[in-house]
Write a protein that binds this ligand. Sequence first.
Ligand SMILES: *Cc1c(COP(=O)(O)O)cnc(C)c1O
Length: 386
Amino acid sequence: MSNRPHIHYSCQNIDEDDIAAVTQALRSDFLTQGPAIETFEQAITTYVKAPHTIALSSNTAGLHVALMALGVRCGDTVWTSPLSFVASANAARYVGASIDFVDIEPDTGNICAKILGAKLRDAEKNNTLPKAIIIVHYAGRACDMDAICALKKQYGFILIEDAAHALGADYDNAAPIGSDPRSDAAIFSFHPVKPVTTGEGGAIVTHNSNTADAMRALRSHGITRDAEKFKNPNMPAWYYEQQALGYNYRMCELQAALGASQMKKLSRFIDSRRTLSQRYPKLLKNLPITLPPASDKSGWHLYPIQLQKNRDDVFTKMRAANIGVNVHYMPIHLHPYYQQLGFKAGDFSHAETYFNGLLTIPLHPRLTSDDQEYVANTLREIVQQQ
Ligand SMILES: *Cc1c(COP(=O)(O)O)cnc(C)c1O
């Protein structure tokens, strides 16, 4: 066992300004449904350059609301990446849709546009085209938007970006992830390991104002308070109207105040993640491991490496050295819940191969150069003993 403090793979970065912002919200007149939500949503709209932002209790809630607002329901099919957190697929199940997966590119871990194109061609022949596709910008690296949006144009599916890893990251053309008007919605997460945090939280961004209105209502029971939208005319001042079956997926003022304060530091957080990502290739030279392809556009939410053998043993030894390595992710279709739906090992071989050697090593803004060298040197020793 090492005596060093535990080094997380990722963690929140909270300073006195954040604490002051939350304290101020606590002293204000509103703990929920107040002005901090709008301030936070505006900060995201400005940063991401998408006209509408809807903050909610989590990214998972955002995926659910987005699918509902875009009309995905029982009888429809949704496709997503097998190399993701289970929420990307679970959201489809919440609305009663069937789920299927599209295999990944072996180097980036993102959904492969070529495989997607071939699968869509087959689905068209069999009359089984998906209603929606949820792409995942894995580790903060943008998917191939031009190729995927060309397929969207050809086949007419709804395109949702699970951007849980990707707030503050850029597309290949250097525009912020979330700003692409060709997609129907992009959804961020503010869990503590993500680029900025609200404790728990998420946000949808969209370019469509009708969809945004529907999402805003679904976040809060399907209720509207906008008299111009009421179905019942001439109602008194106290009246509000439930028009759809929504949920309580609201974010509270304390979370929004923290989020707005965190947004001021996002570009600095991303810069430090990018700088750290450039150091690992130098520190991990000449080892039998594959590193993620370099990128100055990725937000580097994760630094996923591929070991040639003994991943589980390396994992245990790194943890014993107080290094918070992780595995992002066991492919979704290998979880018992999805196996019970009929998926099996071998169905998505690129994702499975990627997973077999996969290890996430620490990378976050509070990781010091000294920490990073300790991580790299410890990994070198362990891998060389294998
Ligand atoms: C974290 C994460 C989610 C879930 O986000 P929550 O805010 O915790 O609901 C969904 N998809 C991906 C890819 C994630 O990494």
